[in-house]
Design a protein around this ligand. Structure first.
Ligand code: PMP
Length: 413
């Protein structure tokens, strides 16, 4: 029996385009997605993706947790569960947040499908089309995607090496309000920023919070990397400084593993109630099996030591990247020095354009994410994000060497 010919689709023409809701037009493929196919080829050193490196995850330990879960409690763990998330896990999440000074009650937590869904739910309950969301310049590409899908207007606020600039924040709020628009919240990544690689000092957090409170503005604090600082103790979370103004997003993706897809939102009580309703309408409940598995892992294993192992591995890679950049970048290039997390933000010499240069870089077998991916307004072409989380230190150094050659060439033509 012969199979029918596959239907050939011309992906450039979308016959359904007239039928989509207006919000679907804001859903466009990110530059990162288009890159993945090429950057994943083995000969390319990818400094593009931000995938956590879970090679050090103790698979035996995780395997035994999952095995015991199925055998001992499978019929509960594989059933529907609470829309807010499993109570035991919510208690453990409170213990984790204490490491960054956050004192919270398990009832104020909503478990989500990664912090990405936290972002989606928060935006869903707060934002109407045309509402303004303030974001750092640059900001997390996945958050920009969410804001765009809810038809929000993103206004970027300048950063420096200490993160968000409070003066620029004050000015941005004033300018938006003077233009007759509503600002719904400030979205900020205070620790080891994606993509900028910088961290807000405690003083900076206090200043940002003071500006937000004075302007009666909610702060969405997105903190997936907070426990991955390379030196010293974590800086207190913004949420630890104020429980009413801050909605905090957390995640197990970087401290455990992203495939379980578990994150959380800590929010003031009334907001939490709305979030659970939104969660129930989106998913009925977050993945129960994943929650039970993470909960058992946290209870039975020394997860703090595991995070330490992750941190040391990422610090070695960060060091390799900084050494490679110093050795291979041409004069006029500068970059941030991250104290944790996964990313370095590079500023190219004047005249270079990271987007138009990308095909040449890929031909030279190195990939990065052009800075424009991290702005809603087309800015960023003199920047690129480099991630050091995944390749080995040797590959990272080789990647910076190849990148240096591409920059030298671009400057010579
Ligand atoms: N926020 C930031 C700043 C991120 O970098 C990421 C992951 N790249 C997320 C949120 C989403 O993470 P997850 O959904 O896996 O928790």
């Amino acid at each position: 029996m012969s199979l029918p010919e596959p239907v050939r689709r011309d992906t450039r023409l979308d016959n359904y385009v007239d039928r989509y809701a207006a919000r679907a037009h804001g859903m466009t493929a990110s530059a990162i997605r288009a890159l993945f196919a090429v950057a994943n080829r083995p000969e390319v050193v990818s400094l593009a993706g931000g995938m956590p490196n879970i090679a050090d995850l103790p698979l035996d330990a995780v395997g035994s947790v999952v095995h015991d879960l199925v055998v001992d409690n499978g019929r509960v763990a594989m059933q529907y569960g609470s829309g807010q998330g499993e109570p035991m896990l919510r208690e453990q999440i409170c213990d984790i947040m204490r490491l960054e000074g956050v004192v919270a009650h398990p009832d104020d937590i909503t478990v989500t499908v990664g912090s990405q869904q936290g972002l989606d739910l928060v935006t869903r309950i707060f934002c109407d089309p045309g509402d303004v969301v303030l974001c750092e310049a640059p900001s997390y590409v996945g958050a920009l995607g969410v804001f765009s899908s809810y038809q929000c207007d993103v206004v970027h606020v300048a950063m420096d090496e200490e993160g968000l600039d409070p003066q620029a924040l004050t000015e941005a709020i004033g300018a938006v309000r003077n233009a007759g628009k509503r600002v719904k919240f400030l979205y900020t990544i205070p620790n080891f920023h994606n993509p900028a690689g910088v961290t807000q000092s405690l003083e900076r957090r206090q200043q940002v919070l003071a500006v937000a409170k004075a302007a009666d503005l909610l702060v969405i604090e997105d903190n997936p990397y907070g426990l991955l600082g390379f030196d010293g103790e974590p800086i207190p979370a913004i949420r630890s400084l104020d429980a009413d103004t801050v909605v905090y997003l957390g995640s197990f993706s970087k401290t455990f593993a992203p495939g379980f897809r578990i994150g959380w939102v800590l929010a003031p009580h009334a907001v939490r109630e709305k979030l659970v309703l939104a969660q129930e309408s989106a998913t009925l409940c977050p993945p129960v099996f994943s929650q039970f598995a993470i909960s058992a892992y946290l209870a039975k294993h020394d997860w703090r030591s595991q995070i330490k192992i992750f941190k040391e591995m990422y610090r070695d890679r960060r060091d390799a990247m900084l050494a490679g950049l110093s050795d291979h970048m041409p004069a006029g290039t500068s970059w941030t020095v991250p104290e944790g997390g996964f990313f370095v933000w590079v500023t190219l010499p004047p005249g270079l354009d990271s987007q138009s240069m990308l095909p040449r870089a890929v031909t030279a077998r190195v990939a990065y994410v052009p800075g424009t991916a991290f702005y809603a307004d087309g800015f960023g072409s003199r920047h690129m994000r480099l991630s050091y989380c995944f390749p080995t230190p040797e590959r990272i150094i080789e990647g910076t060497r190849r990148l240096g050659e591409v920059l030298e060439y671009e400057m010579s033509v």
